[in-house]
Design a protein around this ligand. Structure first.
Ligand code: NAD
Length: 433
């Protein structure tokens, strides 16, 4: 099939690259020319494992093209995947201006049938607004079109695998014509495909993300209780997780969830419910617990070191999760901000996210960036761990200990076994254990 993807970010590039990988012909429309120039050379503007390789392979085979021209994209195919950003507005609602722009400009350029697919995460009934917009701006009102919802569930860091082998595919359609296109597109996928109306599909995405965020906040509160009561949250999660009704995933205690999705999607869901006259108090609490995590983490560090003023701290992990360079809403942002206010000097290290982090916390003064995990801990009064990168798990901890001023590790991601570290002579402070 021929497929057009609008928006060349984490979701758009993964969607485009994976459809090309499956043998389709794809055009990705991205409005930032510098990104398009990079992509045309086979370079990915973001770090996502395996993405650049797939892009290069399909560029060579001529199955994927990049352009800044929406017109070119629209002429190329009748299926348009909208993968633009839906960031958060100050009042918590989703900013849909990028989606509106694509719908409006598409309508102006359309000369025959097009299927507009919402892949971006959007509030319930956004499909109705898209339809209204298309109808308003269509030059020839008799041109047929459909608007469908096909939310994306990929996780950054394993986006390719998630896209190619999803747990399920959700499609919200209103016409047989649109449904047939999806049946052809997803025919070879070996997973349940749920066909619903678009509003239900839009809601499935929000309900899923908010539910996962709820699991994280839940286990974080349990972790606090474990710390106070002398229990082990890792074993609590294991004991709970074997129950099929609960499941082990997303029960990892830590410094809280971040990223471009959970914080904004939980907020948008609360706001959406409010717009329909409902108070989703449960989710407000999920959010409150999460917002407390970075503060609590720094309080813990302060409790251990007494004063942070003038102390040198090594920090491992800045991205909101491993295997990505994405720092949007990462807990590290808040932790670093508070640590700096407390007067600490930080030596930061992340395998992929340092360039993005430097844009917010430039090098100099209290902030320095280390070339590797070891130089980050040289002469440090403590090592703080904020992201569970595999590289950290494989660290030579004896070397780490020798390099540090004090052998103190405050681990916000429970990477190590407390007994092992304590046996090595570390003062080790995990979460909820
Ligand atoms: P992103 O910010 O990385 O990418 C969006 C891209 O769209 C940007 O490159 C931007 O320049 C481009 N763009 C904006 N307007 C455009 C236009 N008119 N024409 C062409 N390009 C345009 O965002 P993302 O992380 O890929 O997320 C996109 C959507 O998918 C959001 O709604 C998000 O909530 C949702 N989502 C994200 C993830 C994730 O893990 N990142 C997972 C599932 C769903």
């Amino acid at each position: 099939m021929r497929i057009t993807v609008v928006g060349g970010g984490y979701v758009g590039l993964t969607t485009g690259a994976c459809f090309a990988h499956l043998g389709h012909e794809v055009v990705v429309v991205e409005k930032i020319p510098q990104k398009v120039e990079l992509l045309k050379k086979g370079r990915s503007p973001i770090y996502e494992p395996g993405l650049e390789e797939i892009l290069q392979e399909n560029l060579k085979e001529g199955r994927i093209h990049f352009t800044t021209s929406l017109k070119e994209g629209l002429e190329f195919s009748e299926v348009i995947f909208i993968c633009v950003g839906t960031p958060q507005r100050p009042d918590g609602s989703a900013d849909l201006s990028q989606v509106e722009e694509v719908a409006r400009e598409t309508a102006k350029l359309m000369t025959s049938y097009r299927l507009l697919v919402e892949k971006s995460t959007v509030p319930i009934n956004t499909h109705k607004l898209i339809k209204k917009t298309v109808q308003r701006y269509l030059k020839d009102k008799s041109i047929p079109y459909d608007v469908a919802s096909n939310p994306e569930f990929l996780r950054e860091g394993s986006a390719i695998e998630d896209f190619l082998k999803p747990d399920r595919i959700v499609v919200g359609v209103e016409s047989e014509r649109a449904r047939r296109i999806f049946e052809e597109l997803y025919g070879d996928f070996d997973c349940p495909i749920i066909y619903t109306d678009p509003a239900t599909s839009e809601l499935i995405k929000h309900a899923s993300n908010s539910f996962l965020a709820m699991k994280i906040s839940f286990i974080n509160m349990v972790a606090d209780l474990c710390e106070k009561a002398g229990a082990d949250v890792k074993l609590v999660a294991e004991g709970m997780g074997y129950d099929k009704r609960i499941g082990r995933a997303f029960l990892n205690a830590g410094v809280g969830y971040g990223g471009s999705c959970f914080p904004k999607d939980v907020k948008a869901f609360i706001r959406m419910a409010q717009d329909y006259g409902l108070d989703f108090g449960l989710l407000k609490e999920v959010e409150r617990i999460n917002q407390e995590r970075p503060k609590k983490f720094v309080e813990k560090v302060k409790g251990i070191l007494w004063s942070l003023k003038g102390k040198k701290l090594g920090v491992w992990g800045l991205s909101f999760k491993p295997n990505t360079d994405d720092i949007r809403e990462a807990p590290s942002l808040k932790v670093v901000e508070i640590l700096l206010k407390e007067g600490a000097s930080l030596s930061l290290y992340d395998p992929k996210a340092m360039e993005n982090f430097k844009l917010i916390f430039p090098e100099g003064g209290q902030v320095s960036y280390a070339k590797d995990i070891y130089s980050a801990v040289e002469d440090a009064s403590a090592l703080l761990i904020l992201t569970e990168w595999e590289e950290f798990q494989g660290a030579d901890l004896r070397k780490v200990k020798d390099l540090m001023e004090l052998p103190i590790i405050v681990d916000g991601r429970n990477l190590f076994e407390p007994q092992e570290l304590r046996a090595m002579g570390f003062e080790y402070y995990p979460v909820g254990r």
